[in-house]
Write a protein that binds this ligand. Sequence first.
Ligand code: HEC
Length: 162
Amino acid sequence: MTREPRRLSERASTVLLAILVLIVTGVSYLWKNPPTLPWPPAVAAPQLVPAMVPLVTGEESIAQLFTRAGCVVCHMIPGIPGAEGRVGPKLVLGLNGPRRLADANYHGDAKTLHDYIYESILSPGTYIVPGYPDHVMPRWYGQKLSATALDKIAAYLESLSE
Ligand code: HEC
């Protein structure tokens, strides 16, 4: 009768010891193999394929033009509801366009702000805005935007400076 409690406490200490060993093993494993979290988390660039973009005729409202063409997915565009994209630069070409043209690394053909905007949309690889990725802005907008649509887009972007 007097042995019973003793055995119980022996068993309890064996269990405690096992738990302790598990904890120590776990901690030392984590110490040697810290989990590698992707930090900073990679921002996946939105994928836009031609099939997702209808032909933009230019008869749409200015907000619809940018939304249909998918520009809003990647760009912040002042005055356009839902244009909150952060993959590309904020489109304030009235302010930034002249800066791009004055950049020593600019080797495109545009001489005016208007032409720079056309070039940026129709041939995005001509000049890559510093700090932004190449080959992300679609290269097929020439097939999706009518001349009228392009004209309206360029005129609107030119007017933005804030
Ligand atoms: C999938 C993402 C994506 C979409 C969609 C997209 N762009 Fe871009 N755009 C970019 C990125 C990234 C850059 C910066 C790199 C570069 O210069 O090519 C850029 C650059 C530009 C520039 C140059 C801006 C500057 O400050 O010099 C203009 C203008 C522009 N985009 C207009 C448009 C318009 C208009 C549309 C829609 C018809 C559009 N983009 C759709 C990603 C995108």
